[in-house]
Design a protein around this ligand. Structure first.
Ligand code: ADP
Ligand code: MG
Length: 243
């Protein structure tokens, strides 16, 4: 089970009167296999929330659960989460195959043959099976994005975190990759938290939309609920506004 629960989670940066409350008492249940899209203005706490789920940031208060387990004390590796960020740095001097297998090789339990099989399967799923011997510099932006996604799914994670993964791509490629990510999520049945500032992505990709402002939850609902029945003025103004 990879449902995710945030229980009264707060993150403050800094101390006392100068503290910035990046995430403010957020409680949220995300179902196993659900695709949840997070939106909100710049600085509303989206990335901080992702980083706390990933274990890259420790919350000041509250608990994060993956399944029934409190993961507050677990580092990123132990959480079985794959991440793709906007600046998905690939290793420039490694081939695609090496980029994708690097993380797996660090974990000792898989044999060479097993690693090769997983890399091949993930590469085929992303349509980059014929690029395994290339270096990132020889690839287009879209191909690099596919490598980043392939590298994320190669571990067969239970949870996918994506923080504006498509914002460096041109509009046409974004449309293609939107479909790809939805297909991937469906095929792998992986619980997905997806941050975007793109209104089309927000309205079409997820099962539910989470709207944040100043670190606080403003609304959690299906995209249509948020669109037709905004919970407050902020949501009404934010949904459908040009991004
Ligand atoms: P978003 O991803 O929605 O743009 P962030 O989660 O990056 O928002 O940031 C939320 C707030 O927390 C912002 O006010 C930001 O300046 C602050 N913040 C984020 N990371 C840090 C940090 N490492 N140190 C201090 N403040 C931070
Ligand atoms: Mg961010």
């Amino acid at each position: 089970m990879a449902d995710i629960t945030l229980d009264d989670v707060t993150k403050r940066f800094g101390e006392g009167g100068n503290a910035v409350v990046a995430v403010d008492d957020v409680s949220l249940d995300i179902g196993d296999g659900e695709f949840v899209v997070f939106v909100g203005p710049s600085g509303s706490g989206k990335s901080t929330l992702m980083r706390m789920v990933a274990g890259l940031e420790t919350q000041s208060e509250g608990d994060v659960y993956i399944g029934d387990t409190v993961v507050n004390q677990l580092g990123p590796r132990a959480r079985d989460i794959a991440m793709v960020f906007q600046n998905y740095a690939l290793y420039p001097n490694m081939t695609v195959e090496e980029n994708m297998s690097f993380g797996l090789k660090m974990s000792t339990e898989l044999s060479k043959a097993e690693i090769e099989e997983q890399v091949t399967s993930a590469a085929e799923m992303m349509g980059i099976g014929d690029l395994l011997d290339n270096k990132p510099g020889e690839l287009s932006g879209g191909q690099q994005q596919r490598v980043a996604l392939g590298r994320a799914i190669v571990r067969d994670p239970n949870v996918f975190l994506m923080d504006e993964p498509l914002s460096n791509l041109d509009a046409k490629l974004r449309t293609t990759m939107r479909t790809e990510i939805n297909r991937l999520q469906n095929d792998l049945d992986v619980t997905t938290l997806y941050v975007t500032h793109d209104q089309t992505e927000a309205m079409t990709m997820g099962d539910r939309l989470v709207v944040l402002d100043h670190g606080e939850l403003q609304q959690v609902g299906t995209p249509l609920e948020c669109f037709y029945r905004p919970a407050n003025r902020f949501v009404a103004g934010f949904i459908g506004s040009p991004s």
